[in-house]
Design a protein around this ligand. Structure first.
Ligand SMILES: Nc1ncnc2c1ncn2[C@@H]1O[C@H](COP(=O)(O)OP(=O)(O)OP(=O)(O)O)[C@@H](O)[C@H]1O
Length: 223
């Protein structure tokens, strides 16, 4: 469950990017966050992932108040929420498999088990056999799937992805969306920020839209 109550967000002394946002997302929902460039889509996802604090209001994730979480609770959130940001932050000097292993390092999982988990995550996103490649040796779509593998290796209950299909050709975008759908089908709550109308028309069941500070919660796609 994700719940925003009277959430405001500004950066420093700038205007409010988000103003009095209220919504609730039930486990297993598949949601798009839409709106023009700069509207605050990434900001909204970052609040859920605990990567930015709200200026006011409360953000609940699985019954925990993210905005009040002490620093030592951050590992909990990192495990509960898989984050795929726009710049994927893949480590270029590490092989694909080592990028996926990274989130497991902090869990203290035994090496052999960690390797099995990382390989399984790569298999789920269709990257079996690419374990030993470096990110630069992979296509844009493959790098995006690698970022997804890294986000799901800890088996999060929630996945948030910021423009995961930007800069991808149609076929790669379709494959990425299929990966999200597969996770959603087994119960993972999924939020995807996008301004690709065709993509949303094909997949959206509910859209949270931010436009010039106005927020709307729409069943299906924004008309
Ligand atoms: N760390 C930051 N410090 C200051 N301002 C920021 C910061 N992050 C975002 N902003 C500003 O907040 C506004 C919303 O940014 P955000 O990235 O959430 O929008 P977006 O809808 O995701 O845009 P895009 O579609 O272009 O990615 C923008 O005006 C941006 O310049």
């Amino acid at each position: 469950m994700i719940e925003f109550q009277h959430v405001f967000k500004s950066y420093g002394r700038s205007r409010n990017i988000l103003a009095d946002i209220n919504f609730r997302i039930e486990p297993g929902e598949f949601i798009f966050v839409s709106g023009p460039s700069g509207a605050g889509k990434s900001t909204l996802l970052k609040l859920i992932g605990g990567l930015e604090p709200p200026s006011r209001g409360s953000v609940h994730v699985n019954g925990h108040r993210v905005d009040k979480m002490p620093r030592r609770a951050a590992p909990y959130l990192r495990r509960a929420v898989g984050v795929i940001l726009q710049d994927m932050h893949l480590l270029q000097d590490r092989k694909a498999i080592d990028n996926v292993l990274l989130p497991l390092a902090v869990t203290g999982l035994e090496t052999r088990l960690a390797n099995t988990r990382a390989r399984a995550a790569m298999e789920k996103v269709g990257l079996s056999g690419k374990e030993d490649l470096y990110p630069v040796e992979m296509s844009g779509g493959e790098q995006q799937r690698l970022a997804i593998a890294r986000a799901i290796v800890n088996r999060p209950a929630i996945l948030i992805a910021d423009e995961p299909t930007a800069n991808l050709d149609e076929e790669s975008a379709r494959r990425i969306m299929q990966v999200f759908r597969d996770f959603n089908r087994v119960g993972v709550t999924t939020l995807i920020a996008s301004h690709d109308r065709a993509l949303m028309a094909a997949y959206a069941t509910r859209t949270l839209r931010i436009d010039a500070g106005r927020f709307s919660d729409i069943k299906g796609v924004h008309p």
